[in-house]
Design a protein around this ligand. Structure first.
Ligand code: G6P
Ligand code: MN
Length: 455
């Protein structure tokens, strides 16, 4: 064991008398291969940890387990791994529970993306009616997991990667005593990407720091510190130049052009999901004209990715040249885990109860803001208005109340409560449209929804 490894283990503040247990719910998903790789690459921080993969898909579970065990064995790292289809077994005595499952799989996502378009509404995984239904399917399952954790792992952190993380995290923070943190890798790749466009990549070995304020998939970044200097004005200047160059708009670049246009107009960097709210008619038209939805694109890519995983799993030392999800997906989760386990107090943008961090949102709403991450979890840094103008705050406020209403409807509501919540979504803003889209989507997803939401 290297000295770094022993230091990391000694610093582990959680149950020093045994291995730190990390349970991954959805551990058989294609995304999890990237997570296993990330554990191998960051093993010095996780030496002595035990990982339990849990999934209801036995084949996926076996595949990820084989890849992970081979990675860990050949890299010679002190990480142990097991797998189970029994959720209680996986959760029992866990110190961390990472959730990366998808209720209904890609087929359900496909319907979330397709059905709203019939009503001239945006069809998307996490926003509008699609994100709303994804939340209705997922909240009851996550609430069960949190209730089980209260019994068998009451001190564990629930690190939630399952979308829509804003609403799921909101619901659990209201119905459970379990400490939940919502994770999205968006802020950690979007801001360096904007900076790179402007020729302002971070200095090697250093990070950018950012003032990202608002909600998950509904925020603005109003400062970007590079070596201690706020380079947002330079990034905005680059965006203005880009817009002035009148780029030709195509299927491939329309979202980027819209986002850069917003950055130029608002002099702040929008989350990659903001164009849905600011250019809804144009986005609907693009999505209606696109022959395949994103879920369909993924479904045609997945067999190739899984075949590659399976072929590599046969080898002594698997080498994955393609993985599902961004390369940063696994690394981000492990950065958060590492900071809590090793009590580092680093700053990361996460989703936590507002607790006054943003002064124009309710204290118990889940917000996405820079947080101090240490053994206590993620504590938000005070933002005030976060550099946002009144019009920007208005949309975020509306979205936050939609999210609160949706979390409540998903936990306890009836069909009528759910329709009222959907009508409060800024992309819907119509009771009649909400009702029509609801009935269409509820029929498609009935098997995943509680009776109270059906009629
Ligand atoms: C980003 C978002 C995630 C989202 C994912 C979709 O990483 O932050 O919340 O789930 O993109 O990617 P996909 O490849 O599934 O369309
Ligand atoms: Mn996300």
């Amino acid at each position: 064991m290297s000295s770094t490894q022993s230091t990391a283990s000694q610093q582990t503040g959680i149950r020093r008398n045994r291995r730190v247990k990390i349970a991954i719910i959805g551990g058989g998903s294609a995304y999890c291969a990237g997570l296993m790789q990330a554990f191998m690459h960051n093993a010095e921080f996780f030496s002595g940890c035990h990982i339990t993969l849990m999934d209801i898909d036995q084949d996926g579970l076996d595949l990820i387990y084989t890849l992970g065990s081979k990675f860990f064995h050949h890299a010679g790292v002190d990480l142990t791994l097991d797998r189970t289809t029994n959720r209680i077994l996986a959760l029992t005595d866990a110190d961390f529970v990472i959730t990366i499952f998808r209720v209904g799989g890609m087929q359900a996502r496909r319907l979330d993306e397709r059905i709203p378009l019939r009503h001239d509404l945006i069809g998307q995984e996490t926003v509008g009616p699609g994100g709303f239904f994804y939340a209705l399917r997922t909240v009851p399952v996550m609430a069960e997991i949190a209730a089980e954790m209260e019994q068998v792992a009451p001190r564990a952190f629930l690190l939630n990667y399952t979308n829509p993380i804003n609403i799921i995290t909101e619901a659990i923070s209201h119905c459970s005593t379990i400490r939940i943190i919502g994770m999205c890798d968006g802020p950690v790749y979007e801001i360096p990407r904007y900076a790179k466009w402007a020729g302002l990549e971070p200095t090697p070995g250093k990070r950018l720091f950012q003032r990202t304020v608002g909600l998950n998939h509904g925020n603005w970044t109003t400062a970007v510190w590079r070596d201690g200097i706020d380079v947002l004005p330079e990034i905005v200047a680059w965006c203005k130049n880009y817009v002035d160059s009148n780029p030709e708009i195509t299927f491939a670049n329309y979202a980027t052009v819209m986002l850069v246009t917003l950055a130029a107009q608002y002099e702040a960097l929008p989350s990659d999901y903001m164009h849905y709210y600011y250019f809804p008619e144009a986005v609907v038209a693009f999505l209606q004209n696109k022959p395949t939805s994103r879920a369909e694109d993924i479904m045609s890519m997945l067999p190739g990715i899984l075949a590659h995983y399976r072929a590599e799993a046969q080898k002594d030392m698997p080498q994955l040249t393609k993985i599902r999800g961004s390369g940063g997906f696994g690394d981000f989760a492990l950065d958060i885990l590492r900071c809590i386990i090793n009590d580092t107090g680093e700053e990361w943008v996460l989703n936590v109860p507002n607790s006054g961090a943003i002064n124009f949102l309710p204290v118990d709403r889940i917000v996405e803001v820079p947080c101090c991450v240490d053994a206590r979890g993620a504590t938000p840094f005070t933002q005030g208005m976060g550099g946002l103008q009144v019009d920007q705050r208005g949309l975020i406020y509306l979205l936050s109340e939609f999210e609160g209403a949706t979390a409540r409807a998903a936990l306890y509501g009836t069909r009528r409560d759910a329709i009222k919540a959907l009508a409060a979504n800024p992309l819907v803003m119509s009771y009649s449209k909400a009702e029509a889209a609801y009935d269409d989507l509820v029929a498609a997803h009935a098997q995943y929804l509680p009776e109270r939401l059906l009629s």
